[in-house]
Design a binder for this molecule. Structure first.
Ligand SMILES: [Zn+2]
Ligand SMILES: [Zn+2]
Length: 259
């Protein structure tokens, strides 16, 4: 089983990283894709601790939409910064998380769009898949992906929270849909429908640790071991076993990220 999206190099994990990794291994995880903020020097530095504590981790590096505002005067610089961080980290396997967040609007929308666009182009040049973060911004996200020919690049919509129609749009452009702990929340009825409709060969599972702990850990710091709960809940919804979900999503992860 693989956690396809977590922030293990975040400062939330500095004090007990080896215990967190130990619990992940015990839970049956064979690896994780760890997200690094390309502009976050401290986090990029902690990546080495993570890969020495857990040699199967791989990294995805990008400027998150929340940080896009730092590049308002020169959006191309976001992609340059991502490039130099990727070049400095030999275990990089993807560009992300990148995208648009109109829920928080921490960065001006036009800047978010330009920073997103520049990083999609970078991924195309590097032949790396992209990890997309999109919130309340579906139409602009799909428009930019279309304009930048992202189908040829490929990637995943991480922590998917849309409805079945949005999921279908992801699938139509050849992307994967990744479900996080939200699918375990009792009220996430539409997301449970999404969990049933995504073809098994296009599904990924993640924790987005330290955020979004699944039931029954809600409100606590999340960690990669809890991806097992996501697999269990999806398995129940689909009438299959957690092992079947784990192995299919593992296979998909390997196909997409070539870890
Ligand atoms: Zn995200
Ligand atoms: Zn994330």
């Amino acid at each position: 089983m693989i956690d396809s999206h977590c922030h293990l190099a975040g400062d939330e994990f500095t004090s007990d990283l080896s215990e967190v990794v130990g619990r992940a291994r015990e839970a049956g995880l064979s690896g994780a894709l760890v997200i690094l903020g390309a502009e976050d020097v401290a986090e990029l530095g902690r990546a080495a601790n993570v890969s020495s504590a857990w040699d199967q981790v791989r990294f995805s590096v990008g400027v998150h939409p929340h940080q896009a505002g730092q590049f308002a005067s020169d959006p191309a610089k976001a992609a340059q910064q991502a490039l130099s961080a990727i070049e400095a980290q030999p275990l990089s396997r993807a560009v992300g998380e990148i995208g648009l967040d109109y829920h928080y609007d921490f960065s001006p929308r036009d800047v978010q769009q330009q920073v997103f666009r520049e990083q999609i182009r970078l991924a195309g040049q590097l032949r790396l898949p992209i990890v997309i973060h999109t919130r309340e911004a579906e139409d602009d996200t799909f428009r930019i992906l279309d304009e930048e020919n992202a189908t040829e690049i490929g990637g995943v919509f991480h922590c998917f929270t849309g409805d079945r129609e949005v999921a279908q749009r992801c699938l139509d452009i050849g992307f994967y849909v990744s479900l996080a702990g939200i699918v375990t929340f009792p009220r996430a009825l539409e997301l449970k429908e999404v969990a049933k409709m995504v073809p098994l060969d296009r599904l990924l599972i993640e924790t987005d640790s330290p955020f979004l702990a699944p039931v029954p850990y809600r409100g606590k710091r999340n960690e990669p071991a809890h991806v097992a709960r996501v697999a269990e809940v999806i398995a129940d919804l689909r009438g299959t076993t957690a092992e079947a979900i784990a192995s299919a999503t593992h296979e998909n992860h390997v196909r997409l990220f070539n870890p």
